[in-house]
Write a new protein. Structure first.
Length: 231
């Protein structure tokens, strides 16, 4: 073996290994690599399993919109918890990339925001409009089509299978996992979901505040009682 070849071999041996992102069963579900509805055994997560307790962009976006909660700190804190639970859940189904966390953070912060201050249950489109405005202002206009789909489809009952599925479906699953009290985990390990819920307690958001807002809307709009659901 030549001296150069020997040096290259030694360099490869001494090269530090780089941790590789791998598909968890959940990512496989999100990417359509196994059939919808197939069971995933609980297992150690292989993608972003560390719980994110603080993310500057989430806090910046929510603090800037604190006034829409009308001074109700309990509801603001409860919504913040919902946003962080969604953020942590959605990361598990979304492959790592330079834009992953910011894109999920923006979606989570805005996805229900237009429900306040008027207890508006028809909030999907106006929430997406607010996200659009922010993306335009922050120089992320190219995210607008995906962001609108992510927000407007997050209450879809059945799996999302169309364009931008890799972004939309994780958000849909994250929201359903949270609002169903983890009845629907879509393969997320039970222990991980419990850890996230312990880190961000549901507090006053579910079911008290949400039920109150929903009942008020239904009384005012009996012919359109649940405008946020999509089949």
């Amino acid at each position: 073996m030549s001296g150069n070849a020997t040096q290259e071999t030694d360099a490869m041996k001494n090269k530090p290994s780089v941790p590789q992102e791998t598909h968890s069963c959940c990512a496989a579900h999100a990417q359509g690599e196994i059939p919808e509805g197939a069971e995933c055994p609980d297992q150690t997560l292989k993608r972003g399993s560390r719980i994110v307790h603080n993310y500057a962009l989430i806090d910046e976006l929510l603090d800037a919109r604190r006034a829409v909660f009308g001074g109700n700190d309990a509801v603001f804190s409860a919504y913040r918890g919902h946003v962080y639970r969604m953020f942590n859940f959605a990361r598990q189904w979304t492959p790592a990339s330079a834009e992953r966390d910011d894109k999920i953070a923006i979606c989570a912060a805005f996805h229900d925001i237009a429900a306040w201050p008027d207890d508006n249950l028809d909030y999907l489109h106006p929430s997406a409009d607010q996200a659009d405005a922010y993306l335009e202002q922050s120089g992320r206009s190219d995210w607008k089509p995906e962001m609108r789909l992510m927000i407007e489809s997050h209450h879809k009952i059945t799996a999302y299978t169309q364009e931008s599925r890799e972004w939309v479906e994780p958000i849909r699953r994250a929201d359903w996992c949270d609002i169903s009290f983890a009845l629907f985990r879509f393969g997320l390990p039970k222990a991980y979901v419990q850890e996230v819920r312990q880190a961000f307690p549901i507090a006053a958001f579910y079911p008290n505040h949400v039920l109150k807002v929903s009942l008020k809307w239904m009384l005012r709009h009996p012919l359109n009682p649940v405008p946020i659901l999509r089949w």
